[in-house]
Design a binder for this molecule. Structure first.
Ligand SMILES: [Zn+2]
Length: 244
């Protein structure tokens, strides 16, 4: 073997060793939590990390695993039987939160979105909304008010075109929030507020973006002036991914 090629091999090995060392040092310094690395199991009580949204989206069609995560996080949930009205209007994966558990209240309580939507809503409540309510209003968040989940219709209720994520219960329309002291923050009334309520709503919208596949707020269009549309459309599919 020629001397130059031996040097070449040594040089390449040195570069690889340096890269590995650099990676290890970066890992030790940054101390990423389980939410920041792709290979750890999702836990809904962990802070939101780079991979949280992707891990929640991966729960689609993983019904048992998803329900297990909700229960491990302390939620009492009822797994509802699949609902099938037609080919397009079918919700195989609905779960309903048992009423009377303060850690996550959707109002009205009868709503039964798909499990990944409930999982994302739980993380949103615990990691985004609750800290924001404490910081801004000095009190906790009691309820998320919504306009429903399952609805057998196309987007915007049109006669033709793409079916809505609501047709599979893979969406939730959130209209407002109620604090522990009874104060209400409403999307339609407070979105243009320049004070605390408007700030809270913007933090809520922006914080939903890493957790849901699609987030539409009053900034998106007039059809969303009174609610946030949050859905868990499969990422990487034909569906667009919007956060606005
Ligand atoms: Zn919607």
């Amino acid at each position: 073997m020629r001397l130059s090629s031996v040097f070449g091999i040594i040089k390449m090995a040195a570069v690889i060793v340096l890269l590995l060392l650099g990676g290890l040092i970066a890992f030790a310094f940054l101390k990423p939590g389980p939410q920041d690395v792709p290979w750890t199991a999702l836990r809904l009580g962990d802070p939101v990390g780079i991979f949280t949204g992707r891990k929640i989206a991966a729960l689609t069609a993983q019904r048992e695993q998803c329900i297990g995560l909700l229960r491990n996080a302390g939620l009492v949930v009822e797994a509802l039987p699949p609902l099938r009205l037609s080919e397009q209007c079918a919700a195989p994966d609905r779960v309903r939160l048992a009423p009377g558990q303060a850690m996550l209240v959707l109002s009205p309580t009868s709503v039964a979105p798909s499990c990944p939507v409930v999982a994302a809503t739980a993380v949103w409540h615990w990691q985004v909304l609750q800290p924001a309510a404490q910081r801004i209003f000095g009190t906790s968040l009691r309820e998320i008010e919504h306009l429903g989940s399952f609805s057998c219709r196309r987007i915007y209720g049109r006669e033709t075109g793409t079916w809505s994520e609501h047709a599979t219960a893979d969406a939730l329309d959130v209209s407002g929030f109620v604090l522990a002291d009874g104060r209400r923050i409403s999307v339609v009334r407070d979105w243009s507020d320049t004070g605390d309520k408007g700030t809270f709503l913007r933090i809520a919208r922006d914080g939903a973006c890493g957790l849901f596949a699609t987030v539409l707020s009053p900034d998106y269009n007039a059809a969303h002036r009174d609610h946030f549309h949050l859905d868990q459309a499969e990422r990487g599919s034909m569906r667009w991914r919007v956060c606005r």
